[in-house]
Design a protein around this ligand. Sequence first.
Ligand SMILES: [Zn+2]
Ligand SMILES: [Zn+2]
Length: 355
Amino acid sequence: MAQEKKKEKDMKAAVFYEPGVVKVQDWPDPQVSGDEVLIRVMASGVCGTDLHIFDGAKGASECYPPVVLGHEFSGVVEAVGPDVKGVKIGDHVTVDPNRGCGVCPDCQAGNPHFCKDMFATGVGGDGGFAQLAKAREEQVYQIRKDIPFEQAAMSEPLACCLHGIDQAQIKTGDTVLIIGGGTIGLLMVQLAKMAGAATIILSEPLENKHELGRKVGADYCINPMKTTPFELIEKEGIARIDVSIECVGRTNTMQDALTYVSRGGHVLFFGLTPPDAEILLKPYEVFQKELMITSSFVNPHTQGRAAGLVNSGKLLLSELISERLSLDEMTKAFEIRGRNGKMMVFPNGLPECGA
Ligand SMILES: [Zn+2]
Ligand SMILES: [Zn+2]
């Protein structure tokens, strides 16, 4: 009898054991105490980081298997610890997975993402590829109840893109080149537009992605194998490219971001390269073009704005989702690899009509 009772308290989760090994199995329900919130996970996005960890590479923070991956999730609050102040049972929420220690010099300087003890839900501790997950109240953000959970789960990648957009310092009226039309590139197109870009050029070799690129707000979609940004701006009479944003993570596209931006331009390296990747940088070119080269690491202080954007309903988010999977199909996600767009896992059952 006691045995049976225990079994009832085991949820289902996709557990990462070692590179190449993820098992969908029973796993103990998370127990909440103090300021912790228990969330029934309704949607959980598969991030490039999850695939990197699956392949044996390092994420943004330490991973200690066996662990439930998944750091881009949303759901319904199922229980709260005694010290939780504002979050209530039944609230729809999303989670900022990253939490600094709060006391180191970087955290005290307001840069929790530089904390060397940064904890990430779904990397360092159990995350969202499970029926239940927990987070501290400080990590939890409210989502309107009429917003589909899959859109709410996009808050985390959106928060990362927002930090990037802030770093890129787009000015109203700028022309922005976005390299790469994957999920991140398509979020960047939308955020660049909101940040004031007058003209957005999306460079993406897969032409079947161009239609969606235009739908989310790109003025021009080019196939870099056929047309260079130089040829396009010449043909269209565009004066210059003020900002280039690399969203691929390859050395040749990083190089392109430097090449195509105009004098006085800003370059944002957003895509994640392998740790040992190198590019050729000509200091004279940086000097002559007076380039500002910047980058962006995770999502410091942007999760609230991301949740606000999701709640506004002003972004096209469901359109970016290419695969909707049940938890049992989770291992498939590591085979499909999200080549066509965002993969979304629904640990408590697939939604009835794409939401
Ligand atoms: Zn992510
Ligand atoms: Zn710290």
